[in-house]
Design a protein around this ligand. Sequence first.
Ligand code: ZN
Ligand code: ZN
Length: 320
Amino acid sequence: MQQWICNQPGTLSLQEAEMPLRTPGFSLLRVRNIGICGTDIHAFAGNQPFFSYPRILGHELAVEIVESDTFSPGELATIIPYFNCATCGACLMERSNCCENIQVFGVHTDGGMREYIVVEDRYILPGNGLSADELALVEPLSIAAHGLRRADLKAGEKVLVMGAGPIGLFTILLAKIQGALVAVAEPNASRLQFCLENLGVSEASSAAYSTVIDATGNLNAIESGFAKMAHGGKYVLIGLQKQAISFSHPEFHKREATLMSSRNATLEDFHYVMNLFRDGKIQADKFISHRFTKNQVPGIFTKMNEPNQQVIKAMITLAE
Ligand SMILES: [Zn+2]
Ligand SMILES: [Zn+2]
């Protein structure tokens, strides 16, 4: 079978490899679609912290069951790419998304940019009618869903989403579905325009918001978000920043504010997103800005790193 491996930053090589061997409790899967994520782009560019090479990238997957004890061959599915230990304190509290020993498929271990993979059955979610495009979008949407679950929104609540990259867009979309009044802060004019035209949100104002969600990971943006919280407000950080963040404690105290991080997503979030697709609440096409086939794989990342690409979500069809 063929696989694409990132041996060092800036390269992606096509290799012939042995078919992976399936053992009991695991399924052999054919990779159909791969969504490209910021993590993949940063890893390719060499600026993803704590990333080691060589590595096979790809964790946003639509797969087809080939051989399994649990699922039917031919069935489409997605995978939860956060492999957890099931025994640490977080796992025992059903917080496997922040497992102490987490291994993210395609980040800490080799991922899905190959024709076939073997994955433990407990991470496989059958699509039950969802398309390959939809299934490959479930993971990034679940990241947004998890951030919103942390925020525990009330209908009619004023929410500010900072950043309109893919995760920011998905957060806006889901917050709207949950009945929030959503505003967006985004310095890039065309991304902002996309939100205003397609998602029915307003532009951020000087008003205070009962929930502020950061989807930028940018230090200045994160630090500026504290002042945008209303009294009694919440601040959820989905975006990740390498540096220490700082804020005025008196300002934070007088608001009796709540600060939360949001990491990965849980099974509950995946099911939530899959049900939204089933109910026709999300249109996959609206968010897939770039499409690639198998033969275009090696050049994709170079193209994605070019300025002015206006990428929302790039989708690779590895097999039809
Ligand atoms: Zn991702
Ligand atoms: Zn664990």
